[in-house]
Design a protein around this ligand. Structure first.
Ligand code: 5AD
Length: 333
């Protein structure tokens, strides 16, 4: 696809064109993965963050938010619960919390690795040094999620304070790849000031990086951030970006992210129908879920993980997909 083809897809409002895009992306997904949908258990380990991203509710300057961090024991208990549900991949996600020094993160990873020798451990703890990433890898981490957020330097500087740069984000992603992690990049659709050209750059960036995973979801305003009054990202635009990513990187593992189901009741199923093939049930303790408030109206049900999990599992089957509980490593390209 040349740049014009991609820009046309990004901007089209023609329903037939959009439907045939999704048909093509479904086909691309089905050829590689069939109807299987993979599970990753999400553990939100801290909502402290030293960064001040303008879009994110757990940004440092949000004084309204009560902060928490999980202990190693609490994290292991989340893993136990997930394992009891049959989950084979744990994703440890958090703000960039200085309390979690490289040593502490490595200790947690080692403890999980000890208790669950055959599970996949995914980290999503932000920008660190190459040395830190090496340490985590040696401790037993296999995968790392770090969205690039936007592949345009100019746009990046409109979403982040000046101490954060796209160059450093890219440097981290390359270091992670080199070490041997399965790497996830990604971006938000519909962030303030985003242009179709920015989204084209995001797609081109993914093509260049060839990440094993790509997280794509709509921007959702969070009231206590500088972007609190901006409109949320468009559902169809988000779905188009998932579809384009699937067509151009057919092997990528693409989650139907929670943000999709926040902007539309059937958002997760629509994401699957646009080419996604991963879901990430939340294993975090119920008490802390609502505090991991990266955006407003984040689903934080009072239900037990097991109950939510059963509903999710059934929904996936009803939508014509096949839940697959294997740890589903990225395919060797
Ligand atoms: N809306 C949607 N996604 C957000 N993220 C952070 N804040 C928001 C928001 N307001 C996403 C970022 C980050 C991921 C963990 O959550 O892309 O990388």
């Amino acid at each position: 696809m040349n740049d014009d083809d991609i820009l046309k897809i990004i901007t089209t409002e023609n329903n037939d064109d959009i439907e045939s895009l999704f048909a093509e992306s479904r086909k691309a997904r089905d050829e590689v993965y069939g109807k299987r949908v993979f599970f990753r258990g999400l553990i939100e380990m801290t909502n402290y963050c030293k960064n001040d991203c303008y879009y994110c509710g757990i940004r440092r300057s949000n004084k309204k938010l009560m902060r928490y961090r999980l202990s190693c024991e609490e994290i292991l208990a989340c893993c136990q619960r997930g394992n009891g549900l049959g989950i084979k991949t744990f994703v440890l996600q958090g703000g960039e919390d200085p309390f979690f020094t490289s040593g502490r993160v490595a200790t947690i990873v080692s403890a999980i690795r000890h208790d669950f020798p055959n599970h996949a451990i995914t980290l999503s703890v932000g920008e660190r040094t190459q040395k830190d990433y090496e340490l985590f890898f040696k401790a037993g981490a296999n995968r790392f999620l770090l969205r690039h957020e936007t592949a345009s330097h100019e746009h990046y500087s409109k979403l982040h304070p000046s101490n954060m740069t796209l160059n450093n984000r890219k440097k981290c992603l390359l270091a992670l790849k080199k070490i041997g992690y399965q790497v996830g990049a990604g971006f938000m659709a519909g962030t303030p000031f985003q242009t179709p050209e920015n989204l084209l750059a995001d797609i081109r960036f993914l093509e260049e990086l060839q990440p094993e995973m790509a997280g794509i979801g709509p921007f959702i305003p969070q009231a206590d951030t500088p972007f609190g009054a901006y409109p949320q990202g468009n559902l169809i635009l988000s779905l188009k970006m998932i579809a384009l990513t699937r067509i151009l990187l057919p092997q990528t593992l693409i989650p139907a992210v929670t943000a999709m189901s926040v902007i539309a009741p059937n958002g997760r199923e629509l994401a699957l129908d646009a080419g996604a093939n991963v879901v990430m049930p939340n294993l975090s303790p119920i008490a802390t879920r609502k505090l991991y408030a990266i955006y407003n109206n984040k689903a934080s049900t009072a239900e037990e993980a097991a109950e939510t999990f059963r509903l999710l599992y059934e929904k996936i089957i009803k939508s014509g997909y096949m839940p697959d509980m294997s740890r589903a490593d990225a395919l060797a390209v």
